[in-house]
Design a protein around this ligand. Structure first.
Ligand code: CMX
Ligand code: CO
Length: 146
């Protein structure tokens, strides 16, 4: 079902300052920045390592761009910090099929476009022992669209 940790999503108030922390203290470099209007975030991806399924593991730093976005509301309640964990899968559509109706609640059905051209869905944290869980198929490994 899952072949790697794709990313760890970290909610922050100021993307540029948070990127600078990860760069100057830990030496991580930004490999991608984008605004995802649908999710109400500006985000930066920092590549941590490659993985043996041909993918990679990233940190995803998320800054809300509107006060009513899900990440803004989460920061309001909890402050900055780890917001979700994302697992990589070769076929997120198959994972959704598999879980629909009898697994954790699937929040995006069908899955939606996410970072760097990937396709993703989320599983409700209340059905995952308190962890908001994302499932991602990266653009390069999406077998369902071809
Ligand atoms: N991790 C763990 N628990 C969380 C959570 C999180 N990130 N976000 C909310 N919760 C918990 C809350 O603590 C709350 O629990 P209590 O009722 O016990 O207090 C409960 O879930 C409901 O929280 P809420 O503040 O009312 O939030 P909503 O129900 O409005 O939204 C969720 C929760 C998961 C449905 C929503 O955040 C969602 O749809 N997330 C998926 C999309 C997303 O997170 N996008 C941003 C990232 C984009 C990306 O990765 O590319
Ligand atoms: Co994410």
């Amino acid at each position: 079902m899952f072949t790697r940790v794709d990313h760890i999503g970290i909610a922050c108030r100021d993307l540029d300052r948070t990127v600078e922390h990860y760069r100057s203290v830990f030496g991580f470099e930004v490999c991608h920045v984008e605004v995802n209007e649908g999710q109400g975030v500006r985000e930066a991806m920092l590549r941590v390592n490659g993985t043996d399924d041909g993918g990679a593991t990233y940190l995803q730093l998320l800054e809300p761009i509107s006060p009513d976005s899900t990440v803004a509301r989460w920061i309001e309640r909890h402050g900055e910090g780890v917001h979700h964990i994302a697992f990589g899968s070769p076929d997120v559509h198959a994972v959704v099929e598999d879980l629909r109706g009898h697994g954790p609640r699937v929040l995006f059905d069908p899955p939606r476009r996410a970072s760097m051209g990937s396709t993703a869905t989320f599983l409700h944290p209340k059905d995952c022992h308190g962890v908001l869980t994302e499932v991602v198929t990266s653009a390069g490994e999406d077998r369902s669209s071809g």
